[in-house]
Design a protein around this ligand. Sequence first.
Ligand code: SF4
Length: 245
Amino acid sequence: MAGNDNNSVTKTPAPQGKATPPKLVPRPKTAADRAARLKKIIHLLDRMYPAPRTPLTHRDAWELLAATILSAQCTDKRVNEVTPGLFRKYPTITDFANANPAELGQDIRSTGFFNNKSKSLIGAARKILADFKGQVPQTMEEMLTIPGAARKTSNVVLGAFYGIPAGVVVDTHVQRLAQRLDLSKQTDPVKIEQDLIKILPKEKWIDFPLQLIFHGRALCVARKPRCAECPIDPICYAKDKNLSG
Ligand code: SF4
């Protein structure tokens, strides 16, 4: 037995209320071990966050696209405070296409980066009217032609509104948790998405990142994750686990 081996398994249960020390958590050694561990993570997240739904309030695909553009570098809570008044003032996509950029910028000022976001919203509305008959498109290829819609935004709209698993949403929470849970060693969101696409069953492409986002907000927060309360603790060997409880 390699008692001091980082890969060794503890035989003593962790004290109540304390996270399992990472060095005592078994690491998967084979592809089969990795697959089994991922299955467990999926199962635990399904139990913690069943049927996850995007927190961004919206009534149609355009509103979700607009809200997602506004959510860059901003909390969903703040976006949800801004959008009801915004969609009352600009009730249709045509209203956004015809908006005055400076005035729209002021309307969304509290979400930050408002000049860029104003440009993106107007550009997106014009593009959708000009090329997609006023309907938010349903393919990644088309979505990526819309100003302000990179892969993350496109994945949110395609997944959360249309139910189309075109890819995997990677935001800052997914990025952090994918690394902590050793699902990707990459730091670039596009590469993390490729890793997740490779290992996740397609039917989890929409729910799994949402569950990671909820978990990243609830327990696996950036600083001092609440590992002692986390059901994933026994199979998590993140370097930055919080062992102080
Ligand atoms: S909170 Fe995060 S780092 Fe801590 S055990 Fe859970 S998944 Fe691992």
